[in-house]
Structure formats: structure tokens, C-alpha cells
Design a binder for this molecule. Structure first.
Ligand code: NAD
Length: 420
């Protein structure tokens, strides 16, 4: 059976690209989101996701096959529903309330033969232990048996021009063989390659392995960076040399800390469940979190020491931060380590200005003046700090005009530049 009507619950960084791609694959798509403002903007052709330009959204709307909506009744008669709602942490504990609300909202529209797929990142067991009972009790149907149910982790990498939704292999799973076939069939219309796995738990764990791997390796290189600084060795040169090894090594780069919706959060879903189920600690994750949390303080200390060497105190100094988002070429400020760096610098009495072309004004931390990247701004700053290395920045201005640069991303060179 081919999918005619798809409902995507959540029209954010994950849900909107999926909805667009499905429209392009010929499906009728309802993009459900409880954020009525977001729905209105989408309906008027305004995209807030950098990877979805307004003209792509415009084409989807013009096709008549994409309808943003805040009303669950618009899901009526769906063939496939994909849930892409947030899964944050609340005081260190997984907050699955959005998944629960989505399950309760879509449950009444579940009908025999349809398929529901969870994409939100979560701990193993969520699809079968949390989502399934909600769908079953709201619909009076069973899965497996009446409707299909599966899990497919998202691998969206915002701002990555090479690996997009459609050409990144997609892991798919189902609660039984039939569900797997159905889920796989759907995603084969969306992406070039699917990777079927034996159970929803394996698929859920796959995502957590991927993100925990990144979190732990970034922490490893961050800790090594702090230690190398004290040893007087340039870690960037060592990484560059190590990456010439053609096997058994994968380079990770240091930075001011980790941020976003995934790395600081997803591994905690795993350690939380390990603690709950096994009463044990997932030590690598705890350690990685600790190290990565140290980075904003380390960056602040290094800026302070750098200013000191130029004869300036951080108190009263004018600092220009380049980039505030957690990730380059995006405006995503969620859990950005830049916010922590700014807070510390403010506490120390610095005047903080920032160049951040992507983030929306309401996301900018209080007390930060957003300015353009000009020769005057750079020359007037006591220190320029490269926090997020957006490609649009003119680093040449920085190297030519800055008195002192603290570069956390290895983008600048020259006598005034100090690297993390
Ligand atoms: N952003 C990424 O790069 C990325 C990558 C991989 C996985 N993920 C995972 O995907 C999931 C979604 O992340 P995101 O970045 O798209 O989040 P997002 O905040 O950009 O979008 C989620 C959307 O869901 C909406 N929403 C919340 N509750 C709802 C409900 N009950 N019904 C309908 N809409 C609802 C919100 O209003 C929001 O617009 C998370 O679990 C995240 O961990 C994200």
C-alpha cells in the first residue's frame, strides 16, 4: 500500500524537513504543531529552519499537498504518522511529556492498517512501553495486529550541506515483522537507503550510541586540550598529525563546550535508564558531561589570562564574541555554551558585544549588544573571541585588525591569535 496521507507531529528542525521531503515524494502531508505562531508562519511561507529555504516551503504550499495545522482532527484518515516532538531533560530526568501528548492527540485517529513511527530521541523501550499503550487505549486497537508501530531515529545534521535527510541512511524498526515492512516501505520513498533492524529497542539504542560516541570523544579531546595547554603543547597540531593515520582514528575537535538538543541531553537518557533499570552508573557519560561542562569556565579563564597579558583586566574590557549559536552556520541557541561564557564574562564585569547573524533577537542573552562584523568593531574590542565559527564571517578582518583574539575553533592565525 502506498502512503497517501502523512501526518508529521512537530514541525521543528526534524519534522519540517521530513514534511518537505514527503511532499516532494508525492504524499499529502499535514504538518501538525501545537505552536500556533509557528503554524501561521509556515502557512504564510516563512521558514525558521535554515536548511529549508522559503522557496522550498513555498513550492510545498503551492503544490496543495502540504498543510501546516495546529488541530489534531486534521490528522483524520492518515496512513502514516511520524512523531518528531522534543524530548528534553527536566532536572536531569527525561521529559517525555511531549511524546505523551502527541500519543494522546493522535490516538483517536489511529485506524486499522495505519502506521505510527516515533522519531524523537529517547531511551530504549519508549516506543513499546510508553507510546504503544497510549495509542492502543485511545484507539481501542492493538499493535501488532491492528495498526503498525515503529521507531526510526533521526540523523538530521542542521547546516550540513552534504549529508541531508534524503541521502543519509535511515535506521528503521517495527514492533513486529509487518510493522517493519510497513515502516521500511514508507522511508524508502523518503531516503535513498534504509537500514532495517530487529527491534524498536535496537533502533532506539542506535541513536543513543551515535550521540554518546560524539559526546564522549568530544570530552576526551576537550580534556586533552585543557591539559595540553598546561603542558605547553598545541593540541590542534597533534590532532592534525593524528588524522593522517588512515585507519583506527577519527578526529574530534575541541570547542567551548557542547550544546544543542542532542549531545548534552541524549546520553543522559541512556544513563538515566541504566540507573533506573540496573541501579548502575554509566561512568563514561557522567565523566564526559563533567568535562564538557568545564569548558565555558576554561574558556573564560583563558580569555582573562590573555587580556592580562595585553595589560587589560577583564572588568571593564570590551569583548567581541563571534558566533553564539551552539553550532556553526545555524542560529540554534539551545544549550549553547556561549550563553555560559557570556554569563561568566558579565559576572566579571566585561562589556560583551556579539556578532550572530543567524539567531533570532529574543534568543540573544540579556546584556549582549549584537553588532555587525566591521573593522571598527574589531579594532575597538580589547579581545575578539571566536566562539562559533560561522562560514560567513570575514576572518581576514579579525586577523588584520584585532588586538587580541582568543579562537576556540582554530579559524584564525597570526601574532594576535591564541588558540584554545
Ligand atoms: N535538531 C536536531 O538536529 C535533531 C537531530 C536528531 C534528533 N533530534 C530529535 O528529534 C526530536 C525533535 O527535535 P527538533 O530539533 O525537531 O525539535 P524542535 O523544538 O525544533 O521541534 C519540535 C516541535 O514540536 C512541537 N510540539 C511539541 N509538542 C507537540 C505536540 N504534542 N503536538 C504537536 N507538536 C508539538 C513544538 O512546538 C516544536 O515546533 C527530539 O527528540 C530531538 O532530540 C533532533
Amino acid at each position: 500500500m502506498s502512503v497517501e496521507k502523512l501526518v508529521v507531529i512537530g514541525q521543528g528542525y526534524v519534522g519540517l524537513p521530513l514534511a518537505m521531503r514527503a511532499v516532494e515524494a508525492g504524499m499529502d502531508v499535514v504538518g501538525l504543531d501545537v505552536d500556533t505562531d509557528r503554524v501561521k508562519k509556515l502557512a504564510s511561507g516563512e521558514s525558521f529552519v535554515e536548511d529549508i529555504p522559503a522557496d522550498r516551503l513555498g513550492r510545498a504550499l503551492a503544490s496543495g499537498r502540504y498543510r501546516p495545522s495546529a488541530e489534531y482532527p486534521d490528522a483524520e484518515g492518515f496512513d502514516v504518522c511520524v512523531i518528531t516532538v522534543p524530548t528534553p531533560l527536566r532536572d536531569g530526568t527525561p521529559d517525555l511529556s511531549y511524546v505523551e501528548q502527541a500519543g494522546v492527540g493522535i490516538g483517536p485517529y489511529v485506524r486499522p492498517g495505519c502506521a505510527v513511527v516515533l522519531e524523537s530521541t529517547t531511551y530504549p523501550g519508549t516506543t513499546e512501553e510508553l507510546l504503544r499503550p497510549l495509542l492502543e487505549s485511545a484507539s481501542g486497537l492493538r499493535s501488532p495486529g491492528d495498526f503498525h508501530l515503529g521507531y526510526s531515529p533521526e540523523r538530521i545534521d542542521p547546516g550540513n550541506p552534504t549529508w541531508r535527510l534524503e541521502n543519509t541512511p535511515k535506521v528503521v524498526s517495527g514492533v513486529d515483522a509487518e510493522s517493519l515492512v510497513r515502516v521500511d516501505e514508507f522511508y524508502r520513498r523518503i531516503v535513498t537507503r534504509t537500514v532495517p533492524v530487529a527491534s524498536t529497542r535496537v533502533a532506539e539504542l542506535t541513536k543513543l550510541i551515535e550521540n554518546t560516541f560524539r559526546q564522549v570523544n568530544i570530552a576526551l579531546i576537550n580534556e586533552l586540550t585543557m591539559l595540553s595547554h598546561h603542558l605547553g603543547i598545541d593540541v590542534w597540531q597533534a590532532i592534525e598529525a593524528a588524522e593522517t593515520k588512515p585507519f583506527g582514528f577519527m578526529p574530534f575537535r575541541p570547542g567551548p563546550g557542547v550544546g544543542g538538543h542532542c549531545l548534552p541531553i541524549d546520553p543522559c537518557y541512556l544513563s538515566w535508564q541504566v540507573k533506573r533499570r540496573l541501579g548502575r552508573q554509566f561512568r563514561f557519560i557522567e565523566l564526559a558531561n563533567d568535562v564538557n561542562h568545564e569548558m565555558p569556565e576554561h574558556v573564560t579563564q583563558r580569555i582573562m589570562a590573555g587580556l592580562n597579558r595585553t595589560g587589560r583586566a577583564v572588568s571593564g574590557a570590551r569583548l567581541l564574541l563571534l558566533g553564539l549559536a551552539y553550532k556553526k552556520n545555524t542560529g540554534d541557541m539551545r544549550d549553547s555554551p556561549a550563553v555560559e561564557v557570556v554569563r561568566r564574562l558579565h559576572d566579571l564585569g566585561a562589556e560583551v558585544r556579539a556578532v550572530e547573524p543567524y539567531a533570532e533577537p529574543h534568543q540573544i542573552p540579556g546584556g549582549v549588544l549584537v553588532v555587525p562584523l566591521t573593522e571598527q568593531e574589531v579594532a575597538a574590542a580589547d579581545a575578539v573571541v571566536v566562539v562559533t565559527d560561522h562560514d560567513v564571517f570575514d576572518y581576514d578582518i579579525v586577523t588584520r585588525r584585532a588586538r587580541y583574539v582568543f579562537d576556540t575553533r582554530n579559524r584564525c592565525s597570526g601574532p594576535a591569535v591564541e588558540r584554545l
